[in-house]
Ligand binder design. Structure first.
Ligand code: HEC
Length: 324
């Protein structure tokens, strides 16, 4: 049956997940769970009390960086999901908990090989979540990211191609959110590769699209940006919110790291410094980290080239934006 799983997933997970033709290609011998994951599920009409209680717990743990409490929230959230597997928010929060755990594994005293199972589960739950709610392009972006991650771990080239195809769809659907996601995902690729360069270019494009003008690649000035701040619509992904209280600062931390890694440490210093124009900068916990990055920009090139200490590989790969 494993064979059918792979043949189906490579056809359906990526290119055809949102194409109706996929279901007709399904092998009649495939287990029903697989066919379910290739069709849009009917969303729940309302959310259960169990799901709402799990969410309350989730937000407390997530926004307060209580990493060591991931497992209890995961139990509560998964319990709510099993009672109602048509709740896309619950499914997505399970996906986010798994990806948080693997992303910030630097926080663990010892990282065990089976941490990679979190990547498999994250992909599975984002697949469910975006199947229930295909209109939320954040879910599509994280499905793409987790598909790429799982494909890379298992050296599954067809899955990586599927992940790339999904990511391109996600960028088109919500560029303000997914240009960052797409570029962040490739920040660990070698700096001289086309993939890394594209990822860095996506960060610049993300800035351009957020303010509706082309930002200088050598002398970036983003001071006019504060006049564009909003908490609604697709452009909200450019600024801080209750969900991502320091999105703006975290964005520039990663972008600076990518520029340092590319060798462009002087432009990196300017990009890092843009984080300081955030109205919420004074209560960002990682301001000292940013100052350290600005000071050591040149000497960080060598470690960053081998991905040592860059934001995505650090204890704050999610918390830089999300810790309140
Ligand atoms: C550059 C900043 C940044 C980083 C890094 C980041 N996020 Fe986010 N995240 C955002 C933004 C922006 C949103 C969208 C907020 C909105 O919808 O208004 C978001 C949305 C979310 C949500 C919201 C779900 C909901 O129900 O609305 C969760 C959960 C989440 N991110 C988890 C994570 C995890 C886990 C990581 C690390 C793997 C991560 N994020 C990394 C900026 C970031």
């Amino acid at each position: 049956m494993k064979y059918f799983y792979f043949s189906i997933s490579t056809i359906c997970i990526g290119a055809a997940l949102w194409l109706s033709g996929c279901s007709t290609e399904r092998n009649p011998m495939s287990p029903s769970t697989f066919s379910q994951s290739t069709q849009d599920k009917i969303p729940a009409a309302s959310r259960s009390d169990a799901a709402l209680a799990a969410d309350k717990h989730f937000w407390d743990v997530f926004l307060n960086a209580k990493y060591e409490e991931i497992q209890p929230v995961l139990e509560q959230m998964t319990g709510a999901y099993l009672r109602d597997p048509t709740d896309s928010v619950t499914a997505s929060h399970i996906g986010w908990l798994h990806i948080w755990r693997i992303s910030e594994r630097e926080r663990m005293a010892k990282v065990m090989p089976s941490i990679t199972d979190d990547a498999v589960l994250a992909r599975k739950y984002f697949q469910e979540a975006s199947s229930i709610n295909p209109s939320d392009a954040r879910l599509l972006g994280f499905l793409a990211a987790t598909t790429l991650n799982e494909g890379a771990i298992h050296h599954n080239e067809p899955e990586i191609s599927d992940g790339n195809a999904l990511m391109h769809k996600a960028i088109v659907a919500w560029p303000e959110f997914n240009l960052f996601t797409a570029g962040y995902m490739v920040s660990t690729k070698p700096a001289d590769t086309a993939e890394f360069k594209q990822g860095l270019e996506w960060q610049w494009e993300n800035l351009d699209i957020c303010v509706g003008e082309k930002i200088s690649r050598t002398d970036p000035n983003y001071s006019s940006s504060v006049t564009h701040i909003t908490t609604v619509g697709p452009k909200r992904a450019c600024w801080n919110s209750t969900i991502a209280p320091h999105n703006f600062e975290g964005f520039f931390l990663n972008m600076g790291d990518m520029l340092v890694k590319s060798g462009d440490w002087k432009v990196a210093q300017k990009i890092y410094a843009l984080a300081k124009s955030s109205p919420d900068y004074s209560n960002w916990k990682f301001a000292p980290l940013l100052d350290e990055r600005i000071r050591n920009a040149e000497s960080n090139i060598t470690p960053f080239v081998s991905n040592k200490g860059i934001m995505i590989n650090s204890k704050v790969s999610c918390m830089a934006c999300h810790q309140s």
